[in-house]
Design a protein around this ligand. Structure first.
Ligand SMILES: *Cc1c(COP(=O)(O)O)cnc(C)c1O
Length: 231
């Protein structure tokens, strides 16, 4: 696996997405690919960019800021997909276009207050912890409407939808269960006044299951860039 392989791998992921959309009876352009470049060098991002990729996801703030600076000549849409810490919200609000994984009303208020006035509202997804297992991040489904109400009062945030990060599973039917639950929650929270069009779900090993259940954004790292160097 070298940087030279990235265009081929990116093409393979696009093929998988196209095939999954076809299986699902969905339009091929109805799923956005977020290339998750955490732990990958700036050169890897440049290689994917040259192959046409424009949307990248990062998890570790300092590492991300270094790459954002280094790649400021490129027209990249940056998504923060990592765990949010209170003392990092200002830099997240300043340097990212999207935040997946919002799950705390205090973080929501801080991101709102710290979003630079010249920037458009920050696009956010609320992280829902459906499986209850591994990661402690995300709120329970029952808490979602409360956090939504907080966000509705914050004009510098725009809630676009929901995100989830389920425990891994090899079996596509099993993979689909939490994704289906996220879509059902999204539908239940949708009102005439509030469209929640985004479902941020699906990674390298479960993107097909996610697309079958309605993902609008898949977050793909390994399948695009290869294994992360420092896991
Ligand atoms: C690392 C990460 C991904 C990508 O995972 P891969 O299995 O490498 O595709 C997606 N979402 C989040 C939140 C991540 O932290």
């Amino acid at each position: 696996m070298t940087i030279d392989d990235i265009p081929t791998r990116l093409g393979q992921v696009q093929d998988r997405l196209r095939a999954a959309c076809e299986r699902a009876g969905r339009a091929p352009d109805s799923v956005a690919l977020i290339a998750v470049s955490k732990k990958q060098p700036a050169e890897a991002i440049r290689a994917a960019y040259r192959a046409g990729q424009r949307v990248f996801g990062e998890s570790y703030l300092q590492e991300a800021l270094d790459k954002i600076t280094e790649l400021s000549d490129l027209d990249i849409e940056w998504h923060f997909i990592g765990r949010i810490q209170s003392n990092k919200t200002r830099q997240i609000a300043s340097h990212f276009d999207w935040v997946h994984g919002l799950s705390d009303p205090d973080h929501a208020r801080r991101l709102n207050d710290q979003r630079p006035p010249e920037a458009p509202p920050l696009d956010v997804c609320l992280q829902i912890n459906l499986s209850g297992e591994d990661s402690k991040s995300g709120i329970a489904a029952e808490q979602a409407s409360e956090l939504l109400a907080v966000c509705d009062s914050l004009p510098r945030l725009r809630v676009r939808g929901l995100m989830t990060l389920p425990a891994p599973s090899d079996d596509e039917d099993a993979q689909r269960i939490p994704f289906r639950a996220l879509r059902a929650l999204r539908d239940a929270l949708t009102t005439a006044d509030r469209r929640l069009e985004c479902l941020s779900m699906g990674m390298s090993d479960d993107l097909e299951a996610a697309v079958l259940e309605g993902a609008t954004h898949v977050r793909i790292g390994t399948a695009v860039f290869g294994p992360r160097p420092y896991n």
